[in-house]
Design a protein around this ligand. Structure first.
Ligand SMILES: Cc1cc2nc3c(=O)[nH]c(=O)nc-3n(C[C@H](O)[C@H](O)[C@H](O)COP(=O)(O)O)c2cc1C
Length: 224
């Protein structure tokens, strides 16, 4: 196992955007550059965009799709989210963001988002008409207000129509940069929390330092 990668345990939630077909490219980059261990949850629609059997070939464990779990992993929404150091939904559909913004928990991925003890990272993937819908933007705002992290959508101009375009969906370079940012911020906050939770104590080395006066020459005698 490569241990110099920054994230020890990454949980990836995959929802049914067309960009789920790029999952192998995401997984290759994430395994090489970011995460020591990756576990994947897929929605039912995502499993129709790309076969879990294909996704499995990039992982050390089976893909998780069933809320009821398995004998080896019951209640996967609890166990997987407690296991994860970072939970990223990539790609995130309008549908999964709507559920997350409203606390809807009706399948494994949406229930895991509600059960997750940490904020979640969403990397939205959808066409411009979906992305620009007021309802979608309201849900995005709500997710931000709830403390979740939204990877910015690539905003481009279509070469054919000159209209606003959301491009090729979540681009691995961009997503990776934001995942680094969130992970580093989380690690800094954890260190800070631990530091302030530990009672302050004077280090032994400081206690044993000689008093500053010890080596001073005696003061000259006062003369009349
Ligand atoms: C071919 C195809 C491509 C789709 N691509 C997207 C997409 O890129 N983004 C999106 O939000 N929804 C997309 N949808 C719609 C979602 O699949 C649909 O809203 C679904 O209910 C999402 O379910 P999930 O979020 O549970 O995976 C697509 C649907 C089809 C049939």
């Amino acid at each position: 196992m490569i241990t110099s990668l920054p994230c020890e345990r990454l949980l990836l939630g995959v929802s049914g955007s067309i960009h789920a077909v790029h999952l192998p490219q995401y997984l290759i980059r994430l395994r090489r550059e970011f995460a020591q261990e990756i576990r994947v949850i897929m929605t039912r629609t995502a499993t129709r965009m790309i076969s879990p059997a294909v996704v499995r070939t990039y992982l050390e464990e089976p893909v998780f799709t069933d809320l009821m779990g398995t004998d080896a992993l019951p209640s996967p929404h609890i166990r997987l989210t407690r296991w994860a150091q970072l939970f990223v939904v990539l790609p995130a559909t309008a549908g999964i963001m709507a559920k997350a913004a409203h606390g809807v928990a009706d399948d494994l991925l949406s229930t895991a988002i509600v059960a997750c003890p940490h904020p979640v990272v969403f990397a939205p993937g959808m066409n411009p008409s979906m992305w620009q819908k007021p309802a979608v933007q309201r849900n995005v705002d709500q997710l931000r207000k709830d403390g979740h992290y939204l990877v910015p959508v690539e905003e481009l101009t279509s070469v054919t129509t000159g209209e606003f375009d959301t491009g090729l969906g979540p681009v691995p370079e961009t997503v990776l940069t934001h995942m680094w940012h969130v992970l580093m911020r989380r690690m800094r906050d954890d260190y800070w929390e631990e530091a302030v939770a530990t009672p302050a104590a004077t280090p032994a080395a400081v206690k044993s330092l000689p008093l500053l006066t010890a080596g001073r020459p005696p003061a000259p005698a006062a003369t009349e």
